[in-house]
Each structure stands twice: as C-alpha cells, then as structure tokens.
Design a protein around this ligand. Sequence first.
Ligand SMILES: Cc1cc2nc3c(=O)[nH]c(=O)nc-3n(C[C@H](O)[C@H](O)[C@H](O)COP(=O)(O)O)c2cc1C
Length: 220
Amino acid sequence: MQAGLRGLYQIAICASETLSPTSWNSQSMHQATLDLLARRRSVKADTLVEPGPDASQLERILTIAARVPDHKKLVPWRFVVFAGDARAAFGEKIAAACQAEEKEPPSQFRLDTERKRFSRAPLVVAVISRIVAKPGAPEWEQILSAGAACFNLCVAANASGFGTTWLTEWIAYSPAIRTALGLADTERVAGFVYIGTRSATPEDRERPHLADIVTHWPSA
Ligand SMILES: Cc1cc2nc3c(=O)[nH]c(=O)nc-3n(C[C@H](O)[C@H](O)[C@H](O)COP(=O)(O)O)c2cc1C
C-alpha cells in the first residue's frame, strides 16, 4: 500500500506540474493526496527506524516543506538537518543543556536518555521560525507560515513512504540549545520533525467532532 500510494502520489505531483487549470481540478488526480491526508497520523519517534530518506528524497521533502503560504514572501523559516553521527554529537549538547538547566542534578539514566534524544529516528529536521521585520507582515502570520512548513515537511515525508512526528519537548525552549543551534534573537524552534521508516502502526487518536468546532455565520 505504501509503495502504491507513493507511486500514485508521485504520478499526481509530476503530472500536476504541467497541468492545465481544468485538469488541476480533476478529483481523480488528487484522490491519493486526499487519502493520505485523511489517514495520516504521527508515530512515536522511537518507533522510527532505518532507512531514513536518502539525499534526493530529503531534497524533495525539504523543497515541498518550503512551498507554503508566506505573506510578503519573507521565507520566515529555515531548516537544520541532523543525520548520521550529527545526531549523537548533538545529543551531547542536549545532555550538557540538561545538566546546566535542571534544578536538581540529573541522574545518569536521564543524561543517557538525553544523549539519545536525536538518535530515536534516522533523521531529525529542526524547523526554525525566523521573524523578519516587515510592515504588513505581522509576526503572528510569519509564525503560522513556519507551522505550515513543519506540516508540509511531515506530509511530504509521509507521501515519500516515511513516518514522522513533530515534537518540541523541553529542548525547543532551552537557552543552551538555542545557543547550540546558533539561533538569532529573532528565531525560535517551531519543531523538531523526526523522520524514518515506521516499525509500528499506531492506533488512531480521537479526532474532533465537526459539530463542536464548525459554525456557520450568522448563527441561528
Ligand atoms: C508545535 C507542536 C509541538 C509538539 N510538541 C510535542 C511534544 O513536545 N511532545 C509530544 O508528545 N507531542 C508533541 N506534539 C504533538 C505531536 O506532534 C503528536 O504526536 C501529534 O499531535 C499527534 O497527532 P497526529 O497523529 O494527528 O499527527 C506537538 C505538536 C505540535 C503541533
């Protein structure tokens, strides 16, 4: 199913790049996309195993992640990729941040867990929100665009046959991790997206009922 879905999706994407407005509207062209969006869900980071995306798959995934609505074309986000040995090397930074920032001295078990945090999956992409001062492009909208980049990254990876999860955890808010990532004052972590091959199928979670979240204006 994964391979079939991937093939259909790739055909749809390739075809759509040269589609006329009429064929772009063809529902059958996009059924695979609708199916993927209707069924997608996150998986636990530590159930993501090798292989992760190869270089050309990653390039495609990041290209799609960067194709999101962006008021005033400011590109208010950037990506930092952690693969291979870089995950364990960054794990040392995470353990050091934990040691420096926890009120009580962390246990050896906790430090070992922190060392392995980025090694839970074959690939981690940090999506960094970066605010650009620009009249007419409020900060809020730039942050929304960064969130869209995170989600497009997940969906592109899912459509390429990989599982994903979008996490922040304590490290997104750690001053020492900000320094390790080289974040400017105008930058924040929007998410760490873990990517790899699924080794488990998670149960779906409860989804909101439309009746609870949709209203029509004017209300009756
Ligand atoms: C910005 C953001 C940050 C998140 N951070 C965490 C986190 O730190 N820990 C966690 O367990 N889930 C976190 N989540 C939720 C996970 O992404 C979760 O797996 C997801 O909401 C499951 O829903 P899904 O199956 O529809 O993807 C975060 C979600 C978002 C949007």
